[in-house]
Design a protein around this ligand. Structure first.
Ligand code: PEP
Ligand code: MG
Length: 589
């Protein structure tokens, strides 16, 4: 073949952590373990083969233990997932079964292990549940390490990289990502993975750009190739021309300058040009993200998703485990509010110790509040932890996926019982803790006036509200083009909730992704939303947009929006009325 084509090309993937980086690719190479040969072992040598396998397991475990020990402080929270990997080394399905195959089929350890992994993959293939799929991935990561030890191939030693590079990998395991040293790794891209993958959460935590789900980046890109990663657009430019590099360098410089300016001014309250104040808060999954909310000028935490603290474990946590984590968040934010959402388990997030794999349609299944009401002890353990944390700052409690008044009444009853039990033990808590519900199911929108009688606030979860009202699976790429929060039906639903809130005098917050896109601000402001919560990194751009808008104009604009019958109609009048401001405020990268 002649010289490899070096002309510029663009590879499109899924946007991950935002930002731009330009640099040399570093292919995270797992070759050398891909070609596994099968050979037979004589009967008298079988014991030695099993010993060889056990030694590889032992070495693999030791390597992982030192990765856990050396994990940088900012990633400590993510180490839990690696600890579950430690347990998998001796998992019956992996460990026991491989030994069985070596002995019964009299084959080499590599072959036996490969067979086990391909059986596991086969078993998980038809399961759509992302959590269970994730467990299959965990087994693959663990077996990969054992295999490398068996064949004597080098580890993917990210910690040993000694130049500034952009990692290009088929997939990065949590163990790989936790070794990333910020001074060396500018960003990374992977063939696999999605927005909600653990890898992306770590990238966001580290604040480095990444693009995921590129399919074949590892076959298109070689080490030392120059690439550009644009995390926000989900684009990778391979072999960029000098002109493209200059363009992205300019965009990067602009982005950094713009970020620095808006992050500084984001410490100030967000007010519109006509002096209407909005609260702009952050969504977090883990306690360590509080720093990011504070650094980005968040006015509180509008959504603390608590599922993640349950995920990297083998059993349900007890009240004390949870309380410690909640207290840390609440104290760090005090006196600003922290809204703790009770467990939104199942749907797309399940735990090994409470699997929903038997549900054909988990999004419509025993999810969130439905699961908690069926498991009152698990629920009360969490409610007590939230109540106890309320003694340390400004805590609100919120129930997800409410679809009827009975659920609210029952959940409140369990909250009351939890409070009484704490009271009997002499524990302190705020007896007047504010209680709210997520509005993310169409029935809750329709019943908003009834529900308002029972709660102190509503929080609109547009991620699910769009999914359930437009009947679009939020995780399905094939219908992603139909998923639009600026659908007229969604806007009318939000309007109804805000109107009911005003009429019944209760607070209305929005914590779905719709709230974090500066583009949506004219409409949200026009609707009268005054509390928003979003990914912390979006706070500065949203506050910046708010400053440029005028509440009176926005509410006049909303009248026109409500006359539109389609999303495209809405987008086109948005462009007409706000095109200039939206363009100015477009953040790159
Ligand atoms: C939502 O549904 O909009 C929401 C904020 O919750 P989650 O994304 O956790 O389902
Ligand atoms: Mg939701």
């Amino acid at each position: 073949m002649s010289d490899v084509d070096q002309s510029e090309s663009i590879i499109t993937g899924i946007s991950g952590s935002p930002g731009i980086c330009i640099g040399k690719a570093y292919l995270v190479d797992r070759e050398g373990v891909n070609v596994i040969e099968k050979y037979y072992i004589r009967k008298e040598k079988l014991n030695d083969e099993v010993k060889r396998f056990k030694a590889a397991v032992k070495n693999g475990k030791a390597e992982l233990a030192s990765i856990i020990e050396d994990a940088p402080e900012e990633l400590r929270q993510h180490v839990g997932i690696l600890e579950t990997h430690m347990a998998l080394y001796k998992d019956k399905m992996l460990y026991g079964r491989t030994i069985e195959i070596i002995e019964n089929e009299m084959v080499n350890a590599e072959w036996a292990l490969k067979k086990v992994v391909s059986d596991v993959k086969g078993m998980f293939q038809n399961i759509s549940d992302p959590y269970l799929k994730g467990r299959a991935t965990d087994i693959v990561h663990v077996s990969d390490r054992i295999l490398r030890n068996l064949v004597g191939a080098g580890d993917v030693n990210i910690a040993a990289i000694n130049k500034r590079v952009i990692l290009v990998a088929h997939d990065l395991s949590p163990a790989d990502t936790s070794q990333i040293q910020l001074e060396r790794v500018k960003g990374f891209i992977t063939d696999r993975g999605g927005k909600t993958s653990h890898t992306n959460i770590i990238a966001r935590t580290l604040g480095i750009p990444c693009v995921l789900g590129l399919s074949d980046a590892t076959s298109l890109i070689k080490s030392d190739d120059i690439i550009i990663v644009d995390g926000k657009s989900g684009i990778v430019v391979l072999h960029p021309t000098d002109q493209t590099i200059t363009m992205y360098e300019e965009r990067l410089a602009q982005y950094e300058e713009h970020q620095a300016v808006i992050t500084r001014s984001s410490q100030l309250p967000a007010k519109t040009a006509d002096n209407v104040r909005l609260l702009v808060m952050g969504n977090i999954e883990l306690p360590e993200e509080v720093v990011s909310v504070r650094d980005n000028g968040g006015d509180g935490i509008g959504l603390f998703r608590t599922e993640f603290l349950y995920m990297s474990r083998r059993t349900f946590p007890n009240t004390d485990d949870l309380f410690e984590q909640y207290r840390e968040v609440v104290e760090l934010m005090a006196p600003k509010p922290v809204t703790i959402r009770t467990l939104d388990i199942n749907g797309d997030k399940a735990f090994s110790y409470s699997s929903n794999s038997d549900e054909t349609n988990p999004a419509l299944g025993l999810r969130a509040i439905r699961f908690c009401l069926k498991n009152p002890e698990v629920f009360k353990d969490q409610l007590k932890a939230i109540l106890k944390a309320s003694a340390y700052g400004n805590v609100r409690v919120m129930f997800p996926m409410i679809s009827s008044i009975d659920e609210v009444i029952e959940a409140k009853e369990l909250l009351k019982q939890s409070a009484e039990e704490l009271d009997r033990k002499g524990e302190s808590f705020n007896p007047d803790i504010e209680v709210g519900i997520m509005i993310e199911v169409p029935s809750a929108v329709i019943l908003a006036d009834v529900l308002a009688e029972e709660v102190d606030f509503f929080s609109i979860g547009t991620n699910d509200l769009v999914q359930y009202s437009l009947a679009i699976d939020r995780g399905n790429r094939k219908v992603a083009h139909l998923y639009h929060p600026l659908h007229p039906a969604v806007i009318r639903m939000v309007k109804r909730v805000v109107d009911v809130g005003r009429e019944k005098n209760i607070n209305v917050v929005m914590c779905g992704e719709m709230a974090g896109d500066p583009y949506n601000m004219p409409i949200l402001l026009g609707l009268g939303m005054n509390e928003l919560s979003m990914v912390p990194q979006s706070i500065p751009a949203v506050k910046e947009m708010i400053k440029k808008l005028n509440a009176v104009d926005s509410s006049l604009f909303l009248t026109d929006v409500l006359k539109q019958s389609s999303t495209s109609g809405i987008l086109s009048i948005m462009q007409e009325a706000y095109g200039k401001i939206l363009l100015e405020n477009r953040t790159v990268g």
